[in-house]
Design a binder for this molecule. Structure first.
Ligand code: FMN
Length: 170
């Protein structure tokens, strides 16, 4: 089994579960350094007539600096029996530990030197198109939203990336 390029326009992901119940790792950086973290929020879809993947990153994440600095990011879906990877990458910070090394993940590089992991069952390589902070002033129904943000804000930054390549383990 190894990652092979696939036609991402024919992907039929389970859009409501792939980010939530599977182990999705958001990775950014390049050959000089990178970082990864577990994500539970994201969407796949279409805007501006291109296929996109949207992710949300709080500014205090170490990954945030890499997202800001680089023009590409990747989402690696790790097999669901590797919950240990999601737990480590979702609880430790790359400021303190090399999570890829600790998890035994093998880094590979896609377009724009975007880092991803060979152990993934699916990888999306995304070119950053648009970034914007979510903000309380735009909320129209706080119902499901309020509990994620304290009084000080701490809102996620949304990144919309054009999917430019995809790899699947076949
Ligand atoms: C299941 C799960 C989903 C997560 N989803 C997100 C997310 O979508 N956005 C985010 O900013 N943090 C998310 N986190 C938190 C980060 O993964 C976590 O804070 C991580 O340690 C940050 O690592 P870093 O400092 O190396 O970037 C999630 C954590 C878990 C366990």
């Amino acid at each position: 089994m190894s990652l092979q390029p696939i036609d991402f326009m024919t992907l039929t992901p389970d859009v409501f579960s792939d980010f939530v119940t599977k182990n999705a790792l958001l990775t950014a950086g390049d050959k000089t350094g990178c970082n990864t973290m577990t994500i539970g929020w994201g969407q796949l879809g279409s805007i501006w007539n291109v296929p996109v993947c949207t992710v949300y990153v709080r500014p205090e994440r170490y990954t945030y600096a890499f997202m800001e600095k680089r023009g590409y990011f990747t989402v690696s879906i790790i097999p669901s029996d590797r919950r240990d990877i999601a737990r480590i990458c979702g609880s430790k910070s790359g400021r303190e530990v090399d999570k890829a090394a600790q998890c035994g993940l093998t880094v590979a590089y896609g377009e724009g030197d975007a880092p991803y992991f060979e152990e993934a069952e699916l990888v999306l390589v995304c070119k950053k198109l648009y970034a914007q902070d979510l903000a309380g002033s735009f909320v129209t129904d706080a119902g499901p939203i309020d509990k994620f943000y304290g009084k000080a804000g701490n809102w996620h930054r949304m990144y919309i990336g054009q999917v430019v390549a995809a790899y699947a383990n076949q």
